[in-house]
Design a protein around this ligand. Structure first.
Ligand code: ZN
Length: 271
Protein backbone atom coordinates (compact mmCIF):
# COMPACT_ATOMS: atom_id res chain seq x y z
CA UNK A 1 0.00 0.00 0.00
CA UNK A 2 1.22 3.48 -0.83
CA UNK A 3 -0.05 6.61 0.91
CA UNK A 4 1.14 9.41 -1.33
CA UNK A 5 4.89 8.93 -1.36
CA UNK A 6 4.94 6.91 1.88
CA UNK A 7 4.91 3.12 1.81
CA UNK A 8 2.75 1.37 4.41
CA UNK A 9 3.69 -2.29 4.59
CA UNK A 10 2.46 -5.13 6.83
CA UNK A 11 5.12 -7.01 8.79
CA UNK A 12 3.53 -10.21 10.08
CA UNK A 13 4.97 -11.60 13.30
CA UNK A 14 2.54 -14.01 14.92
CA UNK A 15 -0.95 -15.43 15.12
CA UNK A 16 -2.50 -17.45 17.89
CA UNK A 17 -5.43 -17.92 20.23
CA UNK A 18 -5.62 -15.07 22.72
CA UNK A 19 -8.51 -16.28 24.88
CA UNK A 20 -12.16 -17.21 24.74
CA UNK A 21 -14.33 -14.25 23.75
CA UNK A 22 -16.37 -14.81 26.90
CA UNK A 23 -13.25 -14.29 29.03
CA UNK A 24 -12.13 -10.99 27.56
CA UNK A 25 -15.60 -9.61 26.78
CA UNK A 26 -17.48 -11.02 29.80
CA UNK A 27 -20.40 -8.64 29.34
CA UNK A 28 -21.03 -9.58 25.69
CA UNK A 29 -23.32 -12.62 25.17
CA UNK A 30 -22.02 -15.19 22.65
CA UNK A 31 -24.84 -14.56 20.17
CA UNK A 32 -23.83 -10.92 19.82
CA UNK A 33 -20.60 -12.10 18.18
CA UNK A 34 -22.41 -13.92 15.37
CA UNK A 35 -22.52 -11.00 12.89
CA UNK A 36 -18.82 -10.39 13.46
CA UNK A 37 -18.02 -14.07 13.10
CA UNK A 38 -19.51 -13.81 9.61
CA UNK A 39 -17.68 -10.60 8.79
CA UNK A 40 -14.29 -11.65 10.19
CA UNK A 41 -14.13 -15.47 10.17
CA UNK A 42 -10.33 -15.42 10.52
CA UNK A 43 -10.62 -13.83 13.97
CA UNK A 44 -12.63 -16.74 15.38
CA UNK A 45 -11.65 -20.29 16.25
CA UNK A 46 -14.62 -21.89 17.97
CA UNK A 47 -15.21 -19.85 21.11
CA UNK A 48 -11.71 -18.35 20.97
CA UNK A 49 -10.34 -15.12 19.58
CA UNK A 50 -7.76 -15.90 16.91
CA UNK A 51 -5.46 -12.90 17.08
CA UNK A 52 -3.04 -11.88 14.34
CA UNK A 53 -0.15 -9.78 15.64
CA UNK A 54 1.32 -7.79 12.79
CA UNK A 55 3.57 -4.76 12.80
CA UNK A 56 3.87 -2.11 10.11
CA UNK A 57 6.77 -0.64 8.23
CA UNK A 58 6.39 3.02 7.26
CA UNK A 59 8.97 3.79 4.64
CA UNK A 60 9.68 7.01 2.78
CA UNK A 61 12.68 8.56 1.09
CA UNK A 62 13.57 10.22 4.38
CA UNK A 63 12.98 7.53 6.95
CA UNK A 64 12.21 3.90 7.78
CA UNK A 65 9.91 3.46 10.78
CA UNK A 66 8.86 0.16 12.33
CA UNK A 67 5.58 0.51 14.20
CA UNK A 68 5.65 -1.93 17.13
CA UNK A 69 7.83 -5.04 17.30
CA UNK A 70 5.35 -7.90 17.73
CA UNK A 71 5.32 -10.91 20.01
CA UNK A 72 9.01 -11.63 19.52
CA UNK A 73 10.99 -14.86 19.44
CA UNK A 74 8.94 -17.98 20.17
CA UNK A 75 8.47 -18.82 23.82
CA UNK A 76 8.33 -15.36 25.33
CA UNK A 77 4.55 -15.25 25.58
CA UNK A 78 2.60 -18.05 27.21
CA UNK A 79 -0.26 -18.13 24.71
CA UNK A 80 -1.55 -20.69 22.22
CA UNK A 81 0.59 -19.73 19.25
CA UNK A 82 -0.18 -20.97 15.79
CA UNK A 83 2.80 -19.24 14.28
CA UNK A 84 5.24 -16.77 15.80
CA UNK A 85 8.68 -15.27 15.38
CA UNK A 86 8.16 -14.22 11.78
CA UNK A 87 9.14 -10.55 11.95
CA UNK A 88 12.84 -10.82 10.99
CA UNK A 89 12.03 -12.87 7.87
CA UNK A 90 9.10 -10.60 7.02
CA UNK A 91 11.34 -7.53 7.18
CA UNK A 92 13.91 -9.30 5.04
CA UNK A 93 11.20 -10.01 2.45
CA UNK A 94 10.57 -6.27 2.32
CA UNK A 95 14.26 -5.60 1.72
CA UNK A 96 14.77 -4.03 5.15
CA UNK A 97 17.53 -5.18 7.47
CA UNK A 98 17.34 -4.46 11.21
CA UNK A 99 20.01 -1.75 10.92
CA UNK A 100 18.03 -0.01 8.16
CA UNK A 101 15.33 0.90 10.70
CA UNK A 102 15.69 4.54 11.80
CA UNK A 103 12.84 4.63 14.29
CA UNK A 104 11.09 1.93 16.29
CA UNK A 105 7.82 3.52 17.31
CA UNK A 106 6.11 1.70 20.18
CA UNK A 107 2.40 2.48 20.40
CA UNK A 108 2.32 0.94 23.88
CA UNK A 109 4.07 -1.78 25.85
CA UNK A 110 1.76 -4.79 25.93
CA UNK A 111 3.46 -8.14 25.36
CA UNK A 112 2.36 -8.38 21.71
CA UNK A 113 3.87 -5.03 20.71
CA UNK A 114 7.46 -5.13 21.96
CA UNK A 115 8.81 -8.66 21.47
CA UNK A 116 11.55 -7.85 18.97
CA UNK A 117 12.77 -4.74 20.80
CA UNK A 118 15.66 -6.97 21.77
CA UNK A 119 17.11 -10.13 20.27
CA UNK A 120 17.52 -13.35 22.19
CA UNK A 121 20.70 -12.11 23.89
CA UNK A 122 18.93 -9.04 25.20
CA UNK A 123 20.63 -6.46 22.98
CA UNK A 124 18.69 -4.01 20.82
CA UNK A 125 17.47 -5.88 17.75
CA UNK A 126 17.48 -2.64 15.74
CA UNK A 127 20.94 -1.33 16.57
CA UNK A 128 20.73 2.00 14.75
CA UNK A 129 17.16 2.89 15.65
CA UNK A 130 15.72 5.54 17.90
CA UNK A 131 13.21 3.71 20.14
CA UNK A 132 10.34 6.16 20.62
CA UNK A 133 7.73 5.61 23.33
CA UNK A 134 5.36 7.69 25.45
CA UNK A 135 6.73 8.44 28.92
CA UNK A 136 3.56 7.23 30.65
CA UNK A 137 3.80 3.87 28.90
CA UNK A 138 7.42 3.43 29.90
CA UNK A 139 6.74 4.43 33.51
CA UNK A 140 3.81 1.97 33.71
CA UNK A 141 5.94 -0.85 32.29
CA UNK A 142 8.86 -0.09 34.58
CA UNK A 143 6.54 -0.51 37.55
CA UNK A 144 6.16 -4.14 36.45
CA UNK A 145 9.81 -5.23 36.27
CA UNK A 146 9.03 -8.85 37.12
CA UNK A 147 7.03 -9.46 33.96
CA UNK A 148 9.33 -11.47 31.65
CA UNK A 149 8.59 -9.35 28.59
CA UNK A 150 9.35 -6.15 30.49
CA UNK A 151 12.55 -7.64 31.87
CA UNK A 152 13.73 -8.81 28.46
CA UNK A 153 12.40 -6.18 26.05
CA UNK A 154 12.28 -2.95 28.10
CA UNK A 155 14.84 -3.00 30.89
CA UNK A 156 17.93 -3.43 28.65
CA UNK A 157 16.84 -0.41 26.59
CA UNK A 158 15.85 2.08 29.28
CA UNK A 159 18.83 4.29 28.54
CA UNK A 160 18.12 4.52 24.85
CA UNK A 161 14.36 5.14 24.80
CA UNK A 162 13.37 8.50 23.39
CA UNK A 163 10.46 9.72 25.47
CA UNK A 164 7.53 11.61 23.99
CA UNK A 165 4.67 13.09 25.99
CA UNK A 166 2.06 13.89 23.34
CA UNK A 167 1.45 14.37 19.63
CA UNK A 168 4.68 14.54 17.66
CA UNK A 169 5.75 14.49 14.01
CA UNK A 170 8.15 11.56 13.76
CA UNK A 171 9.05 12.35 10.15
CA UNK A 172 7.54 14.41 7.32
CA UNK A 173 3.90 13.27 7.02
CA UNK A 174 4.12 10.83 9.93
CA UNK A 175 2.45 12.06 13.11
CA UNK A 176 2.05 10.11 16.35
CA UNK A 177 -1.05 11.11 18.31
CA UNK A 178 -2.45 10.34 21.74
CA UNK A 179 -5.24 7.77 21.75
CA UNK A 180 -6.07 7.34 25.43
CA UNK A 181 -7.59 4.32 27.13
CA UNK A 182 -6.00 1.02 26.11
CA UNK A 183 -2.73 1.55 27.99
CA UNK A 184 -1.12 4.54 29.72
CA UNK A 185 0.25 6.87 27.04
CA UNK A 186 -1.26 4.78 24.23
CA UNK A 187 -0.41 6.32 20.83
CA UNK A 188 -1.61 5.85 17.25
CA UNK A 189 -0.24 7.20 13.98
CA UNK A 190 -1.46 9.35 11.09
CA UNK A 191 0.18 9.39 7.68
CA UNK A 192 -0.42 12.21 5.21
CA UNK A 193 1.33 12.52 1.89
CA UNK A 194 0.38 14.09 -1.46
CA UNK A 195 -3.28 14.42 -0.46
CA UNK A 196 -3.61 10.83 0.76
CA UNK A 197 -4.18 9.82 4.37
CA UNK A 198 -3.91 6.81 6.61
CA UNK A 199 -4.57 6.08 10.26
CA UNK A 200 -2.75 3.29 12.07
CA UNK A 201 -5.09 2.45 14.91
CA UNK A 202 -2.63 0.67 17.17
CA UNK A 203 -4.99 -0.85 19.79
CA UNK A 204 -7.70 1.83 19.69
CA UNK A 205 -10.09 -0.92 18.54
CA UNK A 206 -8.33 -4.26 19.01
CA UNK A 207 -11.27 -6.06 17.39
CA UNK A 208 -12.95 -4.52 14.32
CA UNK A 209 -16.34 -5.16 15.98
CA UNK A 210 -15.38 -2.27 18.28
CA UNK A 211 -15.58 0.11 15.31
CA UNK A 212 -19.22 -0.90 14.94
CA UNK A 213 -19.86 -0.92 18.68
CA UNK A 214 -17.38 1.56 20.16
CA UNK A 215 -18.73 0.97 23.66
CA UNK A 216 -17.87 -2.76 23.72
CA UNK A 217 -16.13 -3.32 27.06
CA UNK A 218 -12.87 -5.20 26.48
CA UNK A 219 -11.04 -6.53 29.53
CA UNK A 220 -7.58 -5.48 28.32
CA UNK A 221 -8.62 -1.87 27.72
CA UNK A 222 -7.21 -0.39 30.91
CA UNK A 223 -9.63 2.55 30.95
CA UNK A 224 -12.69 1.29 29.10
CA UNK A 225 -14.59 4.58 29.20
CA UNK A 226 -11.64 6.52 27.78
CA UNK A 227 -11.20 3.86 25.09
CA UNK A 228 -14.83 4.13 24.03
CA UNK A 229 -14.46 7.90 23.88
CA UNK A 230 -11.30 7.64 21.76
CA UNK A 231 -13.08 5.33 19.32
CA UNK A 232 -16.16 7.56 19.10
CA UNK A 233 -14.02 10.64 18.50
CA UNK A 234 -12.03 8.96 15.71
CA UNK A 235 -14.93 7.35 13.80
CA UNK A 236 -16.04 10.46 11.85
CA UNK A 237 -12.50 10.75 10.48
CA UNK A 238 -12.31 7.15 9.20
CA UNK A 239 -15.81 5.85 8.35
CA UNK A 240 -16.73 6.13 4.66
CA UNK A 241 -13.74 8.39 4.05
CA UNK A 242 -10.88 8.19 1.63
CA UNK A 243 -8.55 7.20 4.40
CA UNK A 244 -6.59 4.00 4.78
CA UNK A 245 -7.15 2.33 8.16
CA UNK A 246 -4.64 -0.19 9.48
CA UNK A 247 -4.53 -2.38 12.57
CA UNK A 248 -2.08 -5.18 13.28
CA UNK A 249 -4.78 -7.30 14.89
CA UNK A 250 -7.11 -7.30 11.87
CA UNK A 251 -7.27 -10.06 9.25
CA UNK A 252 -4.92 -10.39 6.30
CA UNK A 253 -2.58 -7.47 5.81
CA UNK A 254 -4.47 -5.43 8.41
CA UNK A 255 -4.58 -2.58 5.88
CA UNK A 256 -7.94 -1.48 4.54
CA UNK A 257 -10.81 0.95 4.91
CA UNK A 258 -13.77 1.43 7.22
CA UNK A 259 -17.14 1.57 5.50
CA UNK A 260 -20.82 1.33 6.31
CA UNK A 261 -22.42 -1.89 5.04
CA UNK A 262 -26.05 -2.75 5.82
CA UNK A 263 -26.08 -0.33 8.70
CA UNK A 264 -22.90 -1.68 10.28
CA UNK A 265 -19.48 -0.07 10.46
CA UNK A 266 -17.16 -2.60 8.87
CA UNK A 267 -13.42 -2.80 8.28
CA UNK A 268 -12.54 -4.20 4.85
CA UNK A 269 -9.10 -5.28 3.76
CA UNK A 270 -7.69 -3.34 0.83
CA UNK A 271 -7.50 -5.45 -2.35
ZN1 ZN B 1 -2.27 -5.56 20.92
Amino acid sequence: MVVGSIELLPVPDAVGLLADYAEVYPKVPAEEWEPYRELYPGLFSGASWRLPCNCFLVRSEEVTILVDTGVGPPGLWDWTAEDEGRLPAALDDLGTRPDDVDIVFLTHLHIDHLGWNTGLEGAAFFPGARYVVHGDALAFAQNRPNLPHIRRCIEPLVDRFEIITGDVELAPGVVAFSAPGHYPGHMALRLASDGQDAVLLADIAVHPAMLDRPGLPYASDLDQAACAETRRALLPEIVDREVVVACGHYPGTGIGRVVTRNGRVVWEEAP
